[in-house]
Design a protein around this ligand. Structure first.
Ligand code: FAD
Length: 524
């Protein structure tokens, strides 16, 4: 059994790993070393709906951590300007309903495509987003009865592992990343994680190439059985010390730079959007992540098409007067993954392991996935090479799967109006994705024809993105021509009525969160 684990890095990856590891394996000694001088990346505020399982596993209720991290609910990503007509659509955290064996997307193609946008017809969440609603009623009940029933009445969440993720939570969170790292630091150190504030100057290797110890600036040497590299894009242990190659994705995903800004927002005036917005721009796209009291915003772009100055100018024009006088943080993005994220006695988690641009908010999901797999592959008295190989396979599959899903976003978009948007259409597609895209021209994605390796996205996400971007079959499934439409029409009507009821009865996200914060501060 690995008795002592040393984590290097105190960003989101480092503290998520420390907190989870200590909870999952309390007898392991965990030390985390973080530098007071080397900054964290300072972004990473929108998440994926599986993040709920991470907090459930730690035993944390929303009221325990959300107010301290200025967190908000995220029900969807709103994609704006990705169509030639400039229209928007929502990619919700909500599966399709099934009618007579076929999902509502298939039925929409047959019955509703000339009446209503597919996202509004097939899901309740888009209307909730447009009305800035909370996914919870004021008494705390979740709007989706299936989720409410599944989680209610049990003290231990029924699916707090990705591997057992049967019921999808209908929302994720948006939070201040540095406040979350502080919160998790408190959680982890109270449970016995040792924090060392110092810098690692040198990584000493054994003859077999594994890590023997770390040499720190002011705390002497640090030894352990297992070392976790959470040093961000530097990859201090995995790449610099162990020399593990990094597989660059820039030939597939062109964006390699970001500009980030934090803009104050008067929530009393504007409310709080329960979604992240991804707006297509001249050479990439801009994110808008609403927190309680400010917006985190940024422009992810390709330096092959824009200089830093041009990108900042375009971005500030997009933001308008709200961003006047606010300093912009320019970030170089390392897009790709380590050939192997686990080498010898070193496991990379977070940006050091791999990263694709944050278009679907998957950075923190990769961390959660890496940690959960680390626990399930935790070594005994020696490190088993087959277990290491197994870990590396599932981690690589998840990152590669998301890469291919993002390639699809650019490929399927109708935009061709700038050199960047023309260039993304020329990117050679991975062979399997190419075959799938050919199929999806004739039928919508389903569980049997999407990438079968676990990468967080289900078939409804593929379907929603393709329909939203305008890449869809020219006609509905021939099988539906032979079927009676009655049940499908009833299902569309029931969904519309349910949506209207939710819009009439749910509180706004601002009202709900303000109530939760008031209760928390009174209790404190
Ligand atoms: P970092 O935050 O870079 O932390 C590195 C740590 O290592 C720091 O504590 C540093 O002090 C320490 N360190 C480095 N060298 C040493 C040393 N020699 N000695 C001691 N300590 C050292 N993810 C999402 O899920 N959603 C998003 O919306 C999202 N948006 C993003 C936008 C951009 C532009 C980028 C670049 C990333 C985004 N991500 C997003 C990813 C997310 O930011 C990261 O996954 C997350 O912040 C984890 O970062 P990290 O902890 O791996 O690295």
């Amino acid at each position: 059994m690995s008795k002592s684990v040393v984590i290097v890095g105190g960003g989101t990856a480092g503290w998520m790993t420390a907190a989870y590891l200590k909870k999952a394996a309390p007898s392991v000694n965990v030390t985390l070393i973080e530098s007071a001088n080397i900054r964290t990346v300072g972004v990473g505020e929108a998440t994926f709906s599986t993040i709920k399982l991470f907090f459930d596993f730690l035993g944390l209720e929303e009221q325990d951590w959300m107010p301290s991290c200025n967190a908000t609910y995220k029900l969807a990503i709103k994609f704006a300007n990705w169509r030639a007509d400039g229209n928007h659509f929502y990619h919700p955290f909500q599966r399709y309903e099934m009618v007579d064996g076929y999902n509502m997307g298939e039925w929409w193609l047959k019955l509703k495509q000339h009446e209503m946008p597919f996202d509004q017809a097939c899901f309740t969440i888009p209307a909730m987003c447009e009305n800035k609603l909370s996914p919870r009623f004021l008494d705390g009940r979740v709007f989706d009865d299936k989720v409410q029933d599944f989680f209610a009445g049990s003290r231990r969440p029924k699916n707090s592992f990705l591997a057992e993720h049967k019921v999808q939570y209908p929302y994720a969170y948006q939070f201040d990343a540095s406040l979350l790292a502080d919160f998790l630091k408190g959680y982890a150190t109270r449970r016995g994680v040792r924090q060392v504030i110092d810098e690692v100057d040198e990584v000493k290797l054994r003859e077999d190439g594994s890590i023997d110890h770390l040499v720190t600036h002011g705390h002497g040497t640090l030894s352990g059985d297992l070392f976790v590299d959470c040093t961000g894009f530097r990859g201090l242990l995995i790449n610099q010390a162990l020399g593990e190659p990094f597989i660059d994705f820039r030939d597939a995903l062109l964006c390699d730079r970001a500009i980030a800004l934090q803009v104050p927002k008067d929530i009393e005036v504007h409310g709080i959007n329960p979604y992240t917005t991804a707006t297509a721009m001249n050479a990439g796209w801009a994110w808008d992540i609403p927190l309680y009291g400010r917006i985190g915003t940024g422009y992810v772009y390709s330096s092959a098409f824009l200089s830093e100055e041009e990108a900042e100018r375009e971005f500030r024009t997009h933001l308008g007067p709200d961003a006047h006088g606010i300093r912009a943080n320019h970030i170089k993005i390392r897009t790709g993954r380590c050939r192997n994220s686990w080498v010898k006695n070193c496991v990379a988690i977070g940006l050091s392991s791999g990263f694709v641009e944050p278009l679907e908010s998957t950075g923190i999901f990769f961390i959660q996935h890496g940690i959960e797999e680390l626990i399930s592959h935790l070594p005994g008295s020696t490190i088993d090479e087959e277990m290491v190989r197994s870990y590396n396979r599932v981690v690589a599959d998840a990152i590669d799967g998301v890469r291919d899903f993002l390639i699809l976003h650019y490929y399927a978009s109708e935009r061709m109006d700038t050199e960047f948007w023309q260039a993304v259409k020329q990117i050679p597609l991975p062979e399997e994705l190419k075959e799938r895209l050919d199929i999806w021209k004739h039928r919508l994605p389903n569980a049997k024809n999407i990438n079968p390796n676990y990468h967080g996205f289900e078939s409804y996400s593929y379907s929603v993105m393709l329909m939203g971007l305008g890449y869809m079959p020219e006609r509905s499934l021939p099988a539906l021509d032979h079927m009676d439409d009655t049940n499908a029409l009833l299902a569309f009507r029931a969904l519309r009525e349910r949506t209207e009821r939710l819009v009439a009865t749910l509180p706004t996200q601002l009202d709900y969160l303000t109530q939760v914060r008031a209760e928390m501060f009174v209790a404190a």
